[in-house]
Ligand binder design. Structure first.
Ligand SMILES: *Cc1c(COP(=O)(O)O)cnc(C)c1O
Length: 377
């Protein structure tokens, strides 16, 4: 038996949509399926505007341009995140100021944000790890007090809510991912969510190579031209056609994953009560989307032993982020390397269990093997 860590889910409607897109005769971006996906996101997530991008990385880069990051500007974010969260700003000369995470939620610790703010700080980027909400009420309060932008990296949080509000719709900007490894997928894909109406027009321009092409297509100008900086951030229609099938099933996708998540959680509780592992903590008022199920083991060595033993039994489990703050790239730059003890400790002990639609038939076997690792049957 070989249980993979991830298995992309198909709803069954993707290929039909792709064929319809071809019949429509437009395979480039911003056709009918792109518009359908964007309207779906706007209505379902409650945002002023949603623009499809070819990745969350692209959405993050657009966000960085939209808030005019220039050399020397600082952005506050966790080090326990994917490289694109920081790289999007570094590309424009921004300086990442890495802040430690909370040991329970593994999200940015809001108590450490204010001391990281300087007169160069331009934005705070909360990353909703595993689809679990950051403490957004505290983060928004700090941002308002210091007049900073909030850009949510909601790559993992499509469908999660905080106090009933969709993650990605709380800050000025939110970035989603539809990468194959996420819940709702398009192979590669993403979206920029815009909650500040004054940013919408410029976002359309940045996404369309710095031109006012979107205005031209709406008949608002009689020719289109180069009006700002930008790049090509939009996906083609085949991707949007695939994605639309997934979006329409996203509620079911997320609830299946939450069921798997909950079954792992309940079954493994006795091990947590014995002090052998630590289970995830969900933020108060957050409804998760079941994106990641992780465990914290007691030591880094135990984590490697656990992964090896699971692999020997045909179960693929993986660790996650290598912290960014002491990465080879940051060491090459002038950036000050902060001391982030929680990030370093957690990242060395974390292991993720396989979670995908259809894994339920293997779940008892996986759980048995975890108990077996600890010598309990
Ligand atoms: C997956 C992920 C990204 C990047 O998403 P892409 O769509 O692959 O560019 C960024 N941030 C976080 C937190 C992620 O998990």
């Amino acid at each position: 038996m070989n249980i993979p860590f991830n298995k992309p889910y198909l709803t069954g409607e993707e290929l039909n949509n792709i064929s319809l897109a071809h019949q429509n005769g437009q395979l480039a971006g911003d056709g009918e399926f792109t518009k359908k996906c964007q309207s779906w996101l706007e209505e379902t997530l409650g945002v002023k505007a949603a623009l499809l991008t070819h990745s969350c990385t692209a959405a993050l880069e657009m966000a960085s341009m939209l808030i005019d990051i220039s050399p020397g500007d600082e952005i506050i974010l966790p080090s326990f995140t994917f490289v694109s969260s920081a790289n999007a700003f570094v590309l424009r000369g921004g300086i990442p100021r890495f802040v430690d995470i909370s040991p329970d939620t593994l999200n940015i610790n809001p108590q450490l944000i204010e001391e990281a703010i300087t007169e160069k700080t331009k934005a705070i980027m909360p990353v909703h790890y595993a689809g679990n909400a950051c403490d957004m009420s505290e983060i928004m309060r700090i941002a308002r007090k210091h007049d900073l932008y909030v850009i949510e990296d909601a790559a993992q949080a499509v469908g999660s809510t905080y106090g009933g509000t969709s993650l990605g719709s709380i800050g000025e900007l939110g970035c989603l991912s539809f990468h194959e490894t996420k819940n709702v997928i398009a192979g590669e894909g993403g979206a920029l969510l815009i909650n500040s109406p004054e940013m919408i027009e410029r976002a359309e321009i940045i996404r369309e190579k710095g031109t006012n092409r979107s205005k031209f297509f709406r008949g608002e100008v009689d020719k289109y031209t180069w009006v700002d900086m930008g790049s090509s951030f939009l996906p083609g229609e085949l991707i949007a056609a695939f994605l639309y099938a997934q979006l329409k099933h996203s509620k079911t996708i997320n609830s299946c994953r939450v069921a798997t998540w909950t079954r792992y959680y309940n079954a493994l509780k006795p091990l947590a009560e014995m002090g052998l592992i630590q289970l995830p903590t969900i933020t108060q008022d957050c409804q998760i989307n079941g994106h990641i199920f992780y465990l914290l083991l007691r030591t880094e060595q135990e984590r490697y032993d656990f992964i090896d033993q699971m692999r020997a039994n045909g179960i693929s489990t993986v660790f996650h982020y290598v912290p960014l703050h002491n990465s080879p790239y940051i060491r090459k730059t002038e950036c000050e390397i902060p001391c982030l003890p929680v990030t370093e400790d957690i990242s060395s002990r974390l292991v993720r269990l396989p979670i995908w639609i259809g894994i339920d038939k293997h779940q008892d076997f996986i759980i048995e093997n975890i108990f077996g690792y600890f010598g309990i049957s």
